[in-house]
Design a protein around this ligand. Structure first.
Ligand SMILES: *Cc1c(COP(=O)(O)O)cnc(C)c1O
Length: 873
């Protein structure tokens, strides 16, 4: 082959090629021994080279052998008798083996190239299952299918054995996961850092009466084959204690020390060798022992107090847009951030250069304010451990950090009491005070006498108790601050940080969220993906979504319309089977599938959805047979978890289940309306049901949903949106066109006024349908008064903060348009084709490129072997 160069061991020794490149060439050419005797190499080097230059072969029979080997040697099972769960485990281990190869190569390559890296710090990574994603990204799904078939297993079934690692609540954690996939695919040098919670998001069950029940999610029961425990990668993390000055610098002593242990999971990119690392920290007792308490003979309580350390990484907090301010949560934050920064600084210091250059090799992204304590922690490391002065330390720190804001809801902004921070992290409190003092000094200089401005811009909120505003600390300590959709980034500037925006307008950016087409289309929706690839005559759209624009030229083709509809039917059939199995109810795939799945929250207005379902039910009950003929049948699917302590959200779930029971058992209604609450919404459930949507609901009160990402997933899977002018809905509309969406409701700029009218002006809705629905709820038709009373109270004008009653008529009008337009199936499918074609903006690849170019200043660094033989070995 022209231009193909064979790397020799000599090249390697002479530093002309990197070790990964050498391995690649060796595998590709079959030369696994050093070629040139002219280079002095030791026997040991030769042996290692021989082994290290061979990749695992990827043919069906070799893969089969690898799987069986894992059954025997890793799982210690007999080869002749293993079940699906063991088949899954062994398969996962064998995939992990090859991920480790590319991962080692990638990391070594990054190190050799001395690239700048981004570290994505997030309290949550909602990854979903790994197996299918890894197989698709590595391009070896069919080989694994073949190997498992020979063993008598079906790959699909084996994949279903994997448990969802639910280390996140919802959108924010899922965003981090989509970003990891895009970072790897774009070949950016990146690491994810977070916490390895023992208990992830609780498992949701529904009681016989229709109430939510939370079951602890001990997701590690069957082990986690995707992670690698790094017992040697560990750092001490301190809490409490006191501060001493030793004449040169401050020292933080005493208190409680725990050890953070690293667990690494490889993150493969799509159609690239690059494999990134997700490093999650687990807390263990510190290795140093307090000899005193042991020698006092109090052995058992000394051991018990050590064990308490593990609590720190034990459970994920259900962050539901209301800040709880719990001590353990702050502990978790400092725990993972401190371990991460120690790890990052250690990596940087391997090369001999001053720490004032840290920002040339390191960018740190704060996914919301949760890791913001890192700003004080890096200052502490710089000054107390590395003897840097304040100015140099601050200049470098502010060049390293950038911050993504995820909410403008005041009740969701993190604040910690000064007392708590002082007790738990005394040195950090000192540093925060000093950051604030210097920051306010600048403000005073510019605005002498403006006490209000000073109060607004202060990191410390005066009052009883005094509070640390983490979002302000994040803004002061970062070089860039971004929102996650255009409307949201506007509100970040105008409502949250107007004073800061005025001083440094260029600091504030918008990075509209995106989702990965690999998981949300290619993997979740093979039926539609196949249609798209066939019409585009390529599957490159999977990593270059803009290519889907090419679908638009075929929008009038009856063949394409039919194929889109068939793919939709396939996906609806699967969900219909699931419904049959779970609820024992038959639904028709001719019905419109109407889906709202997301965390249950008042601002997301599931209550408005269920009220409209009640109205639909009442309308159907009044229909004449002729009218019923004209009525479009609907299957309404709602799903989502309510935070365990969020009473109203749990009442909403109970109401949905009550309505479901009444409607589904009413013979008058027949096929025209069915309502289901899908339990335990998670990534796997999302992958299953999103492809089946005809219409999905994103109906938050305008200004309250920062972006939303499921809106993107639903449209990419060939459905239309009914929604408000909020979050990314606005930009989706810009891209796909107003004709392809059902927009309703007040605009963000109308909300304040409407709220005041409701609260003080005596505005009262006059929608008779809504009045009827509320009367039925009052009469406890769907649920008991424990639920109906508080829900109705929240709908009273003076209480209707989320404007459900105010937007209701407009919402019902939009629903009527949906019904009308669904009757014309040709025009409907054309809308979905056009929408799929125009969603390129919402690939997380686009989002990550923007972060890379505008915030992190990163270069794509693909490990590119000069031949493609690896893939065909
Ligand atoms: C995408 C996703 C979310 C975010 O949904 P929104 O509707 O944007 O709030 C939450 N949970 C899961 C499991 C998801 O996949």
């Amino acid at each position: 082959m022209q231009g193909k160069r064979t790397a020799s061991f000599q090249d390697l020794a002479a530093g002309k090629v990197s070790a990964p490149e050498a391995r690649y060439h060796a595998t590709a050419t079959g030369h696994t021994t050093p070629q040139d005797a002219a280079v002095e190499v030791s026997e040991k080097d030769k042996i290692i080279h021989n082994i290290m230059t061979q990749y695992l072969p990827r043919d069906v029979d070799s893969i089969l052998k690898q799987i069986v080997n894992h059954v025997e040697y890793t799982l210690a099972r007999t080869k002749y008798n293993f079940d699906e769960q063991h088949a899954y485990q062994a398969t996962a281990y064998s995939v992990r083996d090859r991920l480790i190869e590319s991962w080692n190569d990638t990391q070594q390559y990054f190190t050799e190239k001395d690239v700048k890296r981004v570290y994505y710090l997030s309290m949550e990574f909602l990854m979903g299952r790994y197996l299918n994603n890894a197989l698709l990204n590595l391009g070896i799904e069919s080989q694994y299918q073949g190997a498992l078939k020979k063993l008598g297993f079906d790959l699909d079934e084996v994949e279903h054995q994997e448990r969802d690692p639910g280390l996140g609540n919802g959108g924010l954690g899922r965003l981090a996961a989509c970003f990891m996939d895009s970072l790897a695919t774009i070949n950016y040098p990146a690491w994810g850092y977070g916490i390895r919670y023992k208990y992830g998001m609780f498992e949701q069950r529904i009681s016989k009466e229709g109430y939510q029940i939370e079951i602890p999610d001990y997701w590690l029961t069957a082990g986690n084959p995707w992670e690698i425990e790094r017992l040697d990668v560990k750092y001490p993390v301190r809490f409490y204690g006191e501060i001493k000055h030793n004449g040169k610098h401050y020292e933080w002593q005493g208190g409680e020390v725990v050890t953070a242990i690293a667990y690494d999971s490889p993150i493969p990119g799509y159609d690239t060798y690059n494999t990134l690392n997700l490093r999650l920290w687990s807390a263990t007792p510190a290795s140093e022992f307090d000899l005193d308490s042991f020698s006092r003979g109090d052995y058992y309580s000394a051991v018990a107090s050590k064990e308490a350390a593990e609590k720190i990484s034990s459970v994920l907090y259900p962050n539901d847009a209301t800040e709880a301010g719990k001590e353990l949560r702050l502990k978790q934050q400092h725990f993972f951030v401190s371990a991460t920064l120690q790890d990052v600084v250690r990596r940087f210091k391997k090369k001999d250069r001053p720490l004032t250059e840290l920002h040339t090799k390191v960018a740190i992204q704060l996914n919301d304010t949760h890791p913001t304590i890192g700003i004080a922690e890096l200052m502490r490391i710089f000054m107390d451990h590395e003897s840097m002065g304040w100015s140099a330390a601050w200049a470098t720190t502010t060049k390293v950090f950038s911050y993504t804001n995820h909410t403008v809801l005041p009740e969701a902004l993190e604040r910690w009491s000064v007392d708590l921070v002082e007790k738990l992290l005394p040195r950090h409190m000192q540093i925060i005070y000093e950051i604030n003092r210097r920051h306010l000094e600048e403000v005073v200089k510019k605005y002498p006498g403006d006490g209000d401005k000073l109060m607004r811009m202060s990191i410390i909120e005066e009052g009883f108790p005094k509070m640390v505003r983490m979002a302000v600390l994040a803004v002061v300590g970062s070089h860039h601050v971004n929102g996650v959709a255009a409307i949201h980034s506007g509100l970040v500037k105008s409502r949250l940080f107007p004073d800061f925006y005025k001083e440094q307008p260029d600091k504030f950016l918008n990075m509209t969220n995106g989702v990965t087409p690999r998981r949300w289309m290619q993997s979740a929706n093979p039926a539609l993906s196949e249609v798209i690839s066939r019409w585009l005559e390529t599957d490159e759209w999977v990593s270059n979504y803009e290519l889907c624009r090419g679908l638009e030229q075929f929008v009038d083709s009856a063949d394409m319309q039919r194929e889109f509809r068939e793919a939709k039917r396939t996906n609806k059939k699967r969900v219909a089977e699931r419904i049959k199995k779970e609820f024992g109810v038959e639904v028709s795939t001719d019905a419109m599938f109407d889906i709202q799945v997301k965390r249950i929250h008042e601002y997301k207005r599931q209550l408005m959805n269920v009220l409209s379902i009640i109205c639909r039910y009442n309308a159907i009950k009044r229909m004449t047979p002729a009218e019923k003929e004209e009525c479009v049948p609907r299957v309404c699917i709602i799903g989502g978890k309510a935070a365990a302590g969020y009473v109203i959200a749990k009442h909403i779930i109970r109401l949905i289940n009550g309505v479901s029971k009444v409607v589904n058992n009413d013979k008058d209604v027949g096929d025209l309306l069915k309502v289901f609450f899908m339990t335990n919404y998670n990534v796997t459930l999302a992958e299953d049901i999103i492809p089946a949507n005809d219409i999905s609901q994103h109906i938050s009160t305008a200004g309250m949903e920062a972006s939303g990402t499921s809106n993107m997933k639903f449209v990419m899977n060939g459905g239309l949106i009914i929604g408000t002018m909020d979050g990314a809905n606005i930009e989706i509309r810009e891209e796909i066109g107003n004709d392809n969406m059902f927009i309703f409701g007040l605009l963000e700029e109308e909300i304040d006024r409407a709220r005041n009218e409701l609260k003080y002006g005596g505005y009262q809705h006059t929608d008779s349908r809504l009045q009827e629905a509320m009367k039925q709820i009052e009469a406890n038709k769907y649920c008991g008064k424990d639920v109906s009373e508080p829900l109705l109270k929240n709908l009273q004008p003076y209480n209707d903060y989320y404007l459900v009653t105010r937007d209701f008529s407009s919402y019902m009008d939009a629903q009527a348009r949906v019904d009308e337009e669904y009757k014309n199936q040709t025009s409907w499918v054309k809308k979905t084709i056009t929408s799929v074609a125009r969603m390129g903006k919402f690939s997380s690849d686009r989002t990550i490129r923007e972060y890379g170019e505008q915030i992190w200043n990163l270069e794509a660094t693909p490990f590119v072997p000069s031949s493609v033989a690896y893939k065909t070995v």
